[in-house]
Write a protein that binds this ligand. Structure first.
Ligand SMILES: [Zn+2]
Length: 213
């Protein structure tokens, strides 16, 4: 697809929904300074991702790129380029065909969590009511939030995430140390809920809750 080709209905719909969500996150202080990136699957092998360097409070349908599973840009608005963090989105979509939305935000409380001794290390929220928002309804459900090292070389983070996802974790979110949250779901509504639950629990951890292993 060239940059001049018309957008598919699915692509345009995803862009409008992602722009609206980005505006909410920007207003909440979770996507300031052009940070963060949001994406959605618009076909089996195609993903719409917010473009790099755009004000997340004022996105238009042009402020996105479309990539294939390898990260090759297959469509972009004029002058738009993908974020390096696109690799983290693709690391989630790859092993998780049921996932149709991935959201990455730089929230205050997730940014202040410190890693434990392993990569990933884990914060154990088992027994906390809020984990139901992650879809973990059984009282004994193990609710371990993974914390990853933040590397300047972003594809290295993506490699760590991809390897961890092969363990089929129950929690649909992760934290990158001193960086932010990535959460995902079968649709945008679920992925958004997972972002909110994760930031809430990061705040709990910051206020005397569980510490990383
Ligand atoms: Zn980031």
């Amino acid at each position: 697809m060239s940059s001049q080709a018309p957008l598919s209905d699915a692509s345009l719909e995803a862009r409008v929904e992602l722009a609206a969500l980005a505006a909410r996150y920007h207003a909440a202080g979770w996507m300031l300074g052009t940070s963060g990136n949001l994406s959605a699957r618009v076909a089996d092998d195609r993903f719409v991702v917010t473009a790099s360097g755009c004000d997340k409070g004022r996105l238009t349908p042009n402020d996105f790129v479309e990539v294939d599973p390898d990260g090759t840009v297959v469509g972009a608005g004029p002058g738009r380029r993908p974020s390096a963090e696109t690799s983290i989105h693709l690391a989630v979509y790859g092993p998780c065909p049921e996932v149709n939305a991935v959201l990455h935000v730089h929230t205050p409380d997730s940014s202040l969590l410190s890693q434990g001794s392993t990569n990933p290390s884990f914060l154990d929220f088992t027994g906390f009511e809020m984990v139901k928002g992650w879809g973990l309804w059984e009282p004994a459900a193990v609710a371990q939030l993974a914390l990853f090292d933040n590397h300047a070389d972003v594809p290295r983070i993506a490699d760590d995430v991809r390897a961890w996802l092969t363990t089929k974790p129950a929690v649909p979110a992760l934290v990158i140390e001193r960086h932010g949250i990535t959460a995902w779901g079968e649709d945008l509504t679920a992925a958004h809920r997972h972002v909110e639950v994760t930031e809430f629990l990061c705040r709990v951890a910051r206020n005397g809750g569980p510490e990383p292993d």
